[in-house]
Design a protein around this ligand. Structure first.
Ligand code: SF4
Ligand code: MG
Length: 327
């Protein structure tokens, strides 16, 4: 089956202006040549440390930012090429669930108003039909209908995230970018929200890009995982293969910090501590972006940028140590 989402050579550069004349003096390469696909009904986890560009990828593919370059095909449409009106018509298909439900919900609107807003904007449903849809959505995300006329402040963080999810579902999307959807929530309710997202995916056939720095949670929810470092993808692998045996040295270091859920295997993996700081995305190193910190760095790494290639069936890695699988 064709992937629902195809991202090719995506770049998102933010210009830097400096000096008295505010001259353009360079670019922050927040996303620098990123490619991946997401199949229908799949969850692709996108992980990496804060500042690696993962949130920017999510915003650029939904065109909340205008990408600098690259192709993003979502459900058959080249999103960066859409006119303003075509983009507006496309919005229902592709939605976002934000990290901070507090900041993304208008405090002066009731829950019903918040969930109804996309219906007002994109449908010609009658008042009663909209209300029925709002109630249906509240049921789907586990919010009591009796709360429809309350304001966001009356809710807990987990309930507010349910409101945000209900609004994202209002127009029957196919693809949802979940940007750190549980990072702002108490640990005790994180699993509830993740389980809700999984349940909705199954019932509604949704496709997710799940952006998170929480590698244990990503292990739970993702089918495949893309690991980002300094604006680029280091590795994309099926979840189990990645967590069992990461191929890219950065993925190896990142995952070495994740607690091993199987106690019989605890201690099998050594924690890898990386030295040095992540370089600035305004001035990434020559060659491999990871060469300044990689425990396995070789001379070629400081000269030649490794391309993301298929290292094993279904696994793509950008590292000179990894040879492509034969055939
Ligand atoms: Fe390390 Fe070189 Fe591989 Fe980059 S290309 S991850 S520096 S071994
Ligand atoms: Mg980020």
């Amino acid at each position: 089956p064709k992937p629902l989402v195809q991202v090719r050579n995506l770049k998102m550069y933010f210009p830097i202006h400096s000096g008295l004349m505010r001259r353009h003096s360079g670019d922050v390469k927040a996303v620098d040549d990123v490619s991946f696909e997401i199949r229908q009904g799949e969850t692709l986890g996108l992980v990496g440390e804060s500042g690696c560009g993962k949130s920017t990828v999510g915003r650029a593919i939904l065109r909340l930012y205008e990408p600098t370059a690259g192709s993003v095909v979502i459900d058959g449409d080249e999103v960066p090429a859409l006119s303003a009106e075509a983009l507006r018509k496309k919005r229902p298909v592709m939605q976002m669930v934000f990290q901070d439900p507090q900041a993304s919900l208008n405090p002066r609107m009731t829950v019903a108003d918040i969930i109804r807003e996309p219906l007002d904007e994109h449908t010609t449903l009658s008042r009663d039909e909209k209300l029925a849809r709002v109630y249906e959505l509240m049921d789907q995300v586990g919010l009591n209908r009796a709360f429809a006329n309350r304001y966001p402040y009356a809710f807990s963080g987990g309930q507010r995230q349910r409101i945000g999810i209900a609004r994202a579902l209002a127009l029957n999307p196919k693809f949802i970018v979940c940007d750190e959807p549980i990072a702002a929530l108490d640990v005790s309710i994180q699993a509830q929200v993740v389980n809700l997202l999984e349940d909705l995916q199954e019932r509604l056939g949704l496709t997710y890009l799940f952006i998170s720095h929480d590698l244990s949670m990503v292990r739970h929810i993702a089918d495949r995982v893309a690991v980002m470092y300094l604006g680029q993808i280091a590795e994309i692998s099926p979840r189990d293969a990645l967590y069992a045996r990461p191929l890219h040295p950065y993925a190896e270091a990142l995952l070495s910090a994740v607690p091993e859920p199987d106690p019989s295997r605890e201690g099998a993996r050594q924690r890898i501590i990386l030295r040095g700081d992540v370089p600035s995305p305004a001035n990434p190193p020559r060659g491999c972006n990871f060469c300044t910190r990689c425990p396995k760095v070789m001379p070629i790494c400081r000269e030649v940028e490794p391309r993301l290639i298929e290292a094993e069936p279904g696994r793509q890695v950008a590292c000179h140590l990894v040879n492509p699988s034969p055939g």
